[in-house]
Design a protein around this ligand. Sequence first.
Ligand code: SF4
Length: 490
Amino acid sequence: MRTMPPSHPFDDDKLKEECGVFGAVGVTDAASFIALGLHALQHRGQEAGGIVTYDPEANFQSARRFGYVRDNFTSQKVMETLPGSIGIGHVRYSTAGSKGTTAIRDVQPFFGEFAMGGAAIAHNGNITNADSLRRELIERGSIFQSSSDSECIIHLMARSLQRNIPERMKDALRRVEGAFSVVAMTRTKLIGVRDPRGVRPLVLGKIGEKGYVLSSETCALDIIGAEFVREIEPGEMVVISDDGKLTSSKPFEQQASRFCIFEHVYFSRPDSILEGRSVYETRRQIGVELAKEAPVEADLVCPVPDSGTPAAIGFAHESGIPYGMGIIRNQYMGRTFIEPSEQIRNMGVRLKLNVNRALIRDKRIILVDDSVVRGTTSRKIKDMLLDAGAAEVHFRIASPPTMWPCFYGVDTPDRDKLLAAQMTVEEMRQHLDVDSLQFISLDGLYRAAGVAEGRNNAKPQYCDACFSGEYPVAPTDMLAKGFELKPAAE
Ligand code: SF4
């Protein structure tokens, strides 16, 4: 049965990472490592997952399924079909336009058979010129199997005249604009590549004598006991053969790094290490900066669990105001209502979050959340707190106002659905009907991420386009569809 993870009203009020990738080579039973790695990366995409492996006797094998990794890649029946010591895997969240309509053919990894042998790829990110590439490729005879932008890479590889797969990948990726962290495999090689700006993460780990793994995040190394080696650098390609030999190259024109700052705020797991920094510590530090920038008299600092928790701890520490779990999250709700009825849907946020009445009654509450997207959830949470007897509600948000859509692999509503694109902060405060509302500044966020001097406005050190409207890579396809960039003088 197709077990689709639930879609609930409050899920629509968060930005969503669209993919996680994982690959392994030089290990016995690569598929088991990949399944565990994908399980640890499940927060990056819950709609579907896939694994491809290679074994000299069984050739390339694949399994692609809708739903959670734990439901699909734990049964012996499935795992026995994926033999081999090399493989790659992918978890995905559907893009805004395809939600609920994704076909199994859109589920990665994608596979192509070339003259020199087969290759599979799994892509995290988004190709911003995919429409024009697709048109060109179709005109020249390519037959697409899916609606995914990532499939362009396979077709571009097919058209390359290079004699081996890594060189064909370089040719293909030089034509691609946007954000990509790709893991790929041939019969004997595991390949990892990051786009020249390194927008999305990709790390290298070592396991056993000759084994290597590539993963979107370090938390997936921990689950299999792999040792973190280093991050794949922006614009770097590593090729690891099944005898443990690793080669590195820089096939693209060099660009300044523009890593996604929202990975620090929200997407990555707090137990991951990004750019040498603990994600948890960065989030805690965001709370410290917020408390300095936006202090308010109150009795209790509460997180919106789970993603607001480290920032709330930092806020409480810096402000000296006690920290408390004023809102409790029901961890098992998603499993209970796989296909909720209309009546249950209408309960909305209450399905997932409940107020700890005894703690918040008659108190002035500082509520720390990671972001405000549409604002629908924030309003409901405020109502729940007031219904339960809170005296005041002050929102503190651990990211700047989200005013622009992301075109680099994160599911964002259109601008007209982003509350901060439609209202000033004071208008948002009135709309949410809270006693005060403050967002961390971009500089404060940069400082929390370890950039002591704050944002360099002439050359920003991160991608922060969803806050600033300054896109490090022109969103070619969206511009062709009429998307308007922020005027230079704004
Ligand atoms: S636009 Fe925002 S979410 Fe997208 S890559 Fe840039 S910082 Fe990350």
